[in-house]
Design a protein around this ligand. Structure first.
Ligand code: CAA
Length: 303
């Protein structure tokens, strides 16, 4: 499809060099626009990421950060592509879960220090620096971070915006911004503290020291440590397991868990109960309960 779009674009350009009736050029241009906008996300050519859809049922999307030479440092263009891919997979009814990963050496070594070097206070305020990074946290579908190597600064924050973190056994997590004379700006002081508690978060943010995968598991930052070469396959398997359930109910459940980070226990419990009540109005809940009683696998339709 991408090739057809390119071919049509080239033909339209060639035709602009010849004198063709205006209607012909307009029609060709609109065909190109249609094809470009409708290229499936997994066939798009990206500059800073790679995307593919995998799993037995082709319902798990894998987004790979792809700036290996710069240890996947998070520059604006990369974050824009990541947001675009997440939005597209978020809308794709065939996708049940998304895996976000990097290279063997680095999930991401933080915000791109070279890009951020010329930042000034007024530019940061007026451009709302780092505000666009939060698409990951806004995605309604479950996102699994599969972290090999370094997850530092913005990289650690990016992993924490995901719903579940699986770590390769050589992974390292840290918030080293303090050594650059700055502080975390995409959730490092907030999400990390909620997950690992004040003492550990303070130690990591004030020293910039890294913790390894085993320690990250011990303090609850990651849910599992896996040999590095099996990490991606295990993360995809996890996505597939989530994908055996109703996408609709998974979405409600994710929202309920996330509410725990954003409100009081009393409010959160009320929210959870109302969501629980709401599930009984869905076809999938009726089906799940019926399937259990009839001792057969449930067939969910996400309604
Ligand atoms: N930004 C830009 N480039 C980076 C980078 C970053 N965050 N991290 C690594 N790179 C680049 C290096 O400059 C180097 O590029 P060149 O080959 O062109 O010189 C390349 O990646 C390889 O890096 P190293 O040679 O340093 O590799 P290493 O194995 O010796 O060290 C490392 C690895 C410990 C991760 C080290 O690269 C490092 O400390 N990186 C910076 C980590 C950091 O401070 N992150 C926080 C950024 S600020 C932030 O994230 C703010 C926020 O809250 C959003």
């Amino acid at each position: 499809m991408a090739n057809i779009a390119r071919l049509l674009t080239k033909r339209a350009q060639d035709q602009l060099n010849v004198v063709y009736p205006l209607q012909v050029i307009t029609r060709l241009n609109s065909s190109c626009k249609y094809l470009t906008e409708h290229i499936p996300i997994s066939n798009k050519s990206w500059e800073f990421i790679k995307t593919e859809v995998t799993g037995e049922k082709k319902n798990v999307a894998v987004i790979t950060l792809n700036r290996p030479k710069a240890l996947n440092a998070l520059r604006n263009g990369l974050m824009k592509e990541l947001s675009t891919a997440l939005k597209a997979y978020g809308k794709d009814a065939n996708i049940s879960a998304i895996v976000l990963t990097g290279s063997e050496k680095a999930f991401a070594a933080g915000a791109d220090i070279k890009e951020m070097a010329p930042n000034t206070y007024s530019q940061c305020i007026q451009g709302n620096f780092l505000n666009d990074w939060t698409e990951v946290a806004r995605t309604q579908k479950p996102i699994i971070a599969a972290v090999n190597g370094y997850a530092l600064g913005g990289g650690c924050e990016l992993a924490m915006m995901c719903d579940i973190i699986y770590a390769g056994d050589k992974a390292k997590f840290g918030q080293p911004e303090i050594a650059l004379g700055t502080i975390p700006g995409a959730g490092g002081t907030q999400r990390l503290t909620r997950v690992v508690g004040k003492s550990k978060a303070m130690e990591m943010c004030l020293t910039g020291n890294m913790i390894n995968a085993q320690e990250a598991e011990k303090v609850g930052l990651v849910s599992k440590v896996i040999p590095a070469d099996q990490l991606l396959a295990e993360a995809v398997k996890l996505g597939e397991k989530i994908g055996t359930h109703s996408n609709l109910i998974v979405q409600l459940c994710k929202e309920a868990v996330n509410t725990a980070f954003e409100t009081t226990l009393e409010e959160g419990l009320k929210y959870e109960r109302r969501f629980n009540h709401a599930t009984f109005s869905t076809i999938d809940c009726k089906e799940g309960v019926k399937a259990f009683i009839e001792k057969r696998p449930a067939k969910f339709i996400n309604e």
